[in-house]
Design a protein around this ligand. Structure first.
Ligand code: NAP
Length: 298
């Protein structure tokens, strides 16, 4: 008989990470600086409001000073980029997060490029994207980093295993594939043009689902004993939140699986706080030893 599936509890794991970040923040404060996070929320998208409120609360609890800037939805591209550059020059700000999506008239790539890469706690600036691709130190996107952190905390072996990533977005699919590769997994990336998705998923020891389609990954596809990380956040037909994986049927086959909600989601915020503390520490180290690469390497 198959061993019982392990439910990877992202809520509890995120609470552990957040408590560790609070200790790091206290150490940084002892060095005379309180880590600061600036969140830029353009317009009044209700879903973004909820995300920003949760980030604000978690950061404040960890001892990080949070400032939320709320430019009007009609702000121009140059004005938004100027605002982000101002935050880059502000010594009390160590992390800058521009909540996406932006209103349609704005180009997110241009805004992200205006962020000082040392403060780019979402890890989306081309310099950080390049650093990840080149195995150089940098700030790593929070959701992919959260997936790896969950694997580490649950003792999931990655080296030598076949990891199948479904989704190839800049935000999740590509960076998580690179992080898995850096951990010596053998990585396959699937997308909307993949032929025989079921067959490829079925060969995975580790599956990362990052698509945004409820129940796309069928339980019967999962290789017995595989670890399933479900990044998707969807509304099911019953109106409830659900992931990209058919949770019940997949749990009957998987060795370990993340629920939605309460899996990868809470880890994202925890990793945002961790990135902010790292960026603040790197800024302090840079002042202490100008010209040297800091411990955080950023
Ligand atoms: P995205 O930018 O829309 O990318 C979706 C990816 O899925 C694309 O690469 C797309 O392929 C692929 N895809 C679409 N239909 C497919 C199919 N039938 N078979 C295989 N692949 C398919 O989405 P994202 O930003 O990566 O987000 C993915 C999901 O994760 C969403 O539900 C989002 O809400 C959630 N999310 C959660 C967190 C969290 O904190 N838990 C954070 C970020 C995102 P193509 O490239 O070929 O179009």
């Amino acid at each position: 008989m198959k061993d019982r599936v392990r439910i990877m509890d992202g809520k509890a794991t995120a609470a552990l990470v957040r408590a560790e970040v609070a200790e790091d923040v206290a150490r940084i404060v002892e060095r005379g600086v309180r880590p600061g996070l600036a969140v830029v929320l353009v317009g009044d998208d209700p879903a973004s409001e909820v995300y920003v409120r949760n980030k604000d609360r978690a950061a404040t609890e960890a001892g990080i000073a949070v400032r939320t800037l709320r430019p009007e939805a009609t702000i121009s591209q140059p004005d938004l980029e100027a605002l982000v550059r101002e935050l880059g020059a502000d010594g009390s700000v160590h992390g800058i997060l521009v909540q996406l999506p932006l209103p349609a008239q704005l180009d997110p790539a241009g805004v992200v490029e205006a962020i000082d890469p040392r403060k780019d706690v979402d890890g989306l600036h081309p310099r950080n994207v390049a650093a990840l691709a080149m195995d150089l130190p940098g700030l790593v996107p929070c959701t992919p980093a959260g997936c790896i952190e969950l694997c580490d905390r649950y003792g999931i072996e990655l080296a030598g295993r076949h990891a199948v990533v479904v989704g190839r977005s800049q935000l999740v699919g590509k960076p998580v594939a690179q992080l898995l590769l850096a951990r010596n997994a053998t990585v396959t990336i699937c997308h909307s043009r993949t032929a025989d998705l079921a067959g490829v998923v079925g060969t995975g020891d580790v599956i990362v689902a990052a698509v945004g389609r409820a129940g796309l990954i069928r339980g019967e596809w999962i290789r017995p004993g595989a670890c399933v990380l479900d990044v998707g956040i969807n509304r099911g037909a019953d109106g409830k939140l659900c992931g990209d994986v058919e949770f019940g049927a997949a749990s009957a086959r998987a060795g370990a699986i993340t629920p939605v909600p309460g899996g990868v989601g809470p880890m994202t915020i925890a990793m945002l706080l961790k990135n902010t503390a790292r960026a603040a520490e790197a800024a302090l180290d840079a002042v202490a030893s100008p010209g040297r690469t800091t411990g955080a390497g950023i």
